[in-house]
Unconditional design. Structure first.
Length: 80
């Protein structure tokens, strides 16, 4: 049940909002470093560190309302 509810929250977030990388230093969190020779030199790629579990920093995202779909989120337009 919790997995289903989490899936719905993620789906609704992706439907109602557009998102992009944050500006400035916050948007650079998790990217590679230019000139790095250990496979992490790609600045435009998000970096994951594969251990026994996955470790990461970021990404920092900025969300913006998508067109007029946000009106469905009001109390009057909410359909349970």
């Amino acid at each position: 049940m919790a997995y289903h509810e989490t899936s719905l929250v993620i789906a609704k977030t992706l439907w109602y909002f557009d998102f992009g990388k944050a500006s400035g230093e916050a948007g650079k969190l998790g990217e590679g470093q230019s000139g790095n020779m250990n496979g992490r030199g790609r600045i435009d790629k998000y970096q994951l560190f594969d251990l026994a579990v996955v470790d990461h920093d970021g990404p920092n995202l900025v969300f913006a309302l998508r067109e007029e779909y946000w009106r469905e989120l009001s109390d009057e337009g909410f359909k349970a």
